[in-house]
Design a protein around this ligand. Structure first.
Ligand SMILES: Nc1nc2c(c(=O)[nH]1)N[C@H]1C(S)=C(S)[C@@H](COP(=O)(O)OP(=O)(O)OC[C@H]3O[C@@H](n4cnc5c(N)ncnc54)[C@H](O)[C@@H]3O)O[C@H]1N2
Ligand code: MOO
Length: 414
């Protein structure tokens, strides 16, 4: 056990302290791999990418119309120009022009060297191969300069970054086929509990279906993770020890649920102590108090509480940032909003609470929140209906309806 102190008056580690400890303890993997661009969505860029070319590579038209030299026409006068050819996207027009001539051009086509202006076809009149410009024609319009998006040798994307579809398209525009990314994390997860039954089997009295593994599988799913479902492990110290040791040898991180508390069948913390180290255990958070964080050999360990909603909260608040640090994803911060709450909120002082809420838009456009339902940590239906956490500080003693509260919408990050 490392010597983390619990300075909180409730003898529990605060959410902030626990998060700091996780971020401090976990070091990012150093290995990289070279992958094809289409496989890179959501992966963590290892090396900063520089553009080998100008984007766009040449001057191109921004409108379907006619390309001409502004010097051929006097400002403030209507003019007639002769069309001598067509510039298509992908098929440039390379013939020399004489004064008074122009080229039919389409969006994306290279603008012929002589031209410095493109006029949209809606603005002109044609008669055979003669184009009439209006009196209010404007010079130097509708041309995109070479490199007007990105210059050759300019930094495209700075590492590390979790790559988005926008990033992939940017690199594709630069012709980049392969990129180096952080290697994937190997993550194992399992449920503990004698009462648990996998799907497909009938329930005997006292048994319940193992819902946590389905929650965890969904939460862990990420392009940077290779995930193994290690099933259900009984509340048996020997079986737990065996599972912990085997799983730790094959994974960068293991996550289990249940058996983290103080009951006579709760063996997770003591098994972790036996096989490795416990960095911290009890947290000032509700739901989610008995969370064991530590290490077995080189494998990080998160022992989450058994109650399903406690799994949801502790995954989001602690496991996700921990795995992000391990994978090298720049740390994200949940978006926090201050909104009116329609419901009264009950709370005892002591733990920071993440109540399940429904954030919605009022008729006037303002955001507001209401409780999604009862707040016991076994209530999965309420969690399923919710779309945000209502965050209440450890010292809060609850709120009346109509007061301002802090909410964290699910999946919205800064
Ligand atoms: N005397 C105390 N009792 C409890 C405390 C405490 O501080 N003192 N803490 C409570 C809190 S808070 C929580 S949360 C739970 C967590 O306990 P465990 O991590 O030991 O979890 P279990 O006892 O194994 O299970 C709790 C609950 O969740 C159900 N469960 C477990 N695994 C699954 C699963 N895979 N799928 C669905 N449901 C699952 C289990 O059947 C229990 O009902 O401890 C409190 N007790
Ligand atoms: O973590 Mo527990 O779910 O607070 O009851």
């Amino acid at each position: 056990m490392t010597n983390i102190c619990y300075p909180n008056k409730y003898d529990l580690l605060s959410v902030e302290q626990a998060l700091l400890e996780i971020r401090k303890a976990i070091e990012t993997v150093t290995e990289q791999e070279l992958i094809d661009l289409p496989q890179a969505l959501g992966r963590v860029l290892f090396d900063t990418v520089v553009s080998p070319i100008d984007i766009p590579p040449q001057r191109t038209a921004a409108m379907d119309g006619y390309a001409f030299a502004a010097g051929d026409v006097s400002a403030g006068q209507a003019a007639k120009l002769q069309v001598i050819g067509i510039a298509w996207a992908g098929r440039p027009f390379l013939v020399q022009q004489k004064p008074g001539q122009c080229v039919r051009i389409f969006t994306g086509a290279v603008v012929p060297e002589f031209a410095d202006s493109v006029i949209a076809q809606e603005q002109i009149e044609t008669d055979g191969d003669i184009v009439s410009l209006p009196i209010d024609w404007q010079p130097y319009k509708n041309i995109r300069a070479a490199g007007s998006d990105v210059k050759q040798h300019e930094e495209l994307i700075t590492a590390p970054k979790k790559l988005t579809a926008r990033d992939l398209s940017l690199m594709a525009a630069a012709g980049i086929e392969k990129i180096s990314v952080k290697r994937k994390l190997k993550i194992g997860f399992f449920s503990t509990g004698d009462e648990l039954v996998p799907l497909g089997e009938p329930l005997a009295i006292g048994q319940i279906y193992d819902s946590n593994r389905y929650l965890l599988a969904g939460l862990i799913s990420d392009p940077n993770h290779t995930v193994s479902d290690l099933g259900i492990v009984a509340d048996d110290p020997l079986k737990l020890e065996q599972t912990f040791k085997n799983a730790a040898q094959q994974h960068d991180a293991i996550i289990c649920t249940g058996g983290a508390s103080v009951g006579d069948a709760d063996f997770v913390k003591q098994t972790l102590e036996k096989c490795g180290q416990v960095n911290f255990w009890k947290l000032a958070i509700k739901p989610g108090k008995p969370l064991a964080f530590g290490k077995i050999g080189s494998c990080w360990f998160f022992g989450l509480p058994g109650n399903p909603v406690a799994v949801l909260v502790t995954y989001e608040k602690f496991v996700k940032p921990g795995l992000e640090k391990l994978a090298g994803v720049p740390s994200t911060q949940a978006l926090r909003l201050r909104v009116h709450c329609d419901s009264p909120l009950k709370k005892s002082p002591g733990r920071q609470e993440y109540q399940r809420g429904i954030l919605y838009q009022q008729a006037g456009g303002e955001l507001a929140v209401r409780l999604a339902g009862q707040q016991d940590s076994h209530q999965l239906k309420v969690a399923s209906q919710s779309n945000c956490f209502i965050v209440l500080d450890a010292d809060s003693t609850g709120m009346d309806a109509g007061e301002m509260v802090t909410v964290e919408p699910f999946s919205a990050v800064l």
